[in-house]
Design a protein. Sequence first.
Lengths: 383, 136
Amino acid sequence: MNMDLHIGLVKDIDRSKKLVRTETEEFSYDKLILGTGSYPAMPPIPGHDKKGVFAVLKDISYLTDLQEKLKSAKNVVVIGGGFIGIEISDEIKKSGVENVSVIEIAEHCLSQSYDEEFCVEMEEHLRSRGVNIYTGSKVVSIDGGEQVDGVTLSTDETIPADIVILGIGAVANSDLAKKIGLRIGLTGGIVVDRAMRTSDPDIFACGDCAEKVSFFGGNSSALRLASIATLEARVAGANVFGIKRETPGTVGVWGTAVGELALGTAGLTEKMAKAHGYNVISAVNESVNRHPGKLPGAAKIRIKLVFEANSGILLGGQVRGDASTGEIMNAISACVQNRMTAEQIAMFQSGTHPLITASPIAYGIVNAAEAAIGKMVKIKESA
Amino acid sequence: MSRLLFIDDDIDFLEVMTLFFEKNGYDVETATTPEAGKKRIIDHKPDLVVLDVMMPSEFEGFELAREIREDMKLTDLPIIILSCIHDRKQVPYRFAPDKDYLPVDVFLDKPVNPDVLLEKVKSLLGEYREEPSHNL
């Protein structure tokens, strides 16, 4: 491939002359793609700038400093019980820190993307690994002198902390785009169309820096995931010299794993679908991912599928299990993106093998769809 | 005519904003302290608030946003935070709207291009009309 890589800090872009300037060089362009990423989000809690308070920043020297300080820490508090919060807290606990606590403001960790039963299982799993979890708890101050020594919750409870880590999400880094006058959206990202074009037709943007719309309903989406970023990069890259692709919007597909327990989600949870106004039917299937189920490496897999009740269209699904959860989650995403109905999923032709999949008569996605069809039929019969 | 309330301790900034937004057809009110701003909100019921953060220390604007939502129960009043806190503090992270910790609609950094602020105001008041694409 005829590509050159230059590493430098872009200082300015001259849109009229189509020039990109770094401190030392100047590059001309016909088409330009911005991929400036994101900043960690920080809640405005008094004490956020004390020594010992860290965000999850994509910067090697910053994270190396955090790792060094963790070596002598006894008490670590992680604010935010999303996937960043739970994974980092488990890793810190594994490294030998005595007390690790996760503070989540919602009723459950992971509740923005998983229904309650999945969240509770992960919370119990984390507790069994020695992590303290405080849910429904708001941090009102980060305490101490120059150096942090604890946090205070809205219940007046205080938790000691040598280190506080923030994991509440990310916001677009659109600084450069703002500087050159591109349109910025309500969530702070660079406004793009479905072809990833910005308000300047010769400039594209993709990834965390770009504004996103939801696959469901088309409203602004605050989701920032590597999988979304790479999809958008494939769209922007293909479109540079002629529009060939459009993004369908963010479905919201992501997994998390702590020890042996993995969770995966794609699309809307039952709670989110109801909040969205959909009439929902959900069904759960539990099966084993080997057949017979006593084969080495077999694990219990639970799949929950959420359908729109009248059309039978799949709105989302969640999986819990072992490492095989990842590809099941992605199969559900393919069904969601193609707006497959329960009937179509029930007709899904799966390949099976005793050592690598569930049995053909206990295939989780298919059987969850069948269970949902059964519920839909009952409702129609009783109507 | 929509009524905007700017709360900021920078009097020069308030003057510039008043001139600009009045020219664009808005009724503009100003307050230079959070307390005065709160009184204006109660007495004059603005349609949108543009709020500074550091008045003068660090958290006055954040605290007022929380009070507007939680104590005054004005959950539908659009709030734009307009602040130089990121530049002033030189922090490696960003404050951003968050329903629990920062209940505002938009966070903008100062200095802001008045046209950008106007677009956000119009969007939040449902007055924004994007130019249709003519080549599709």
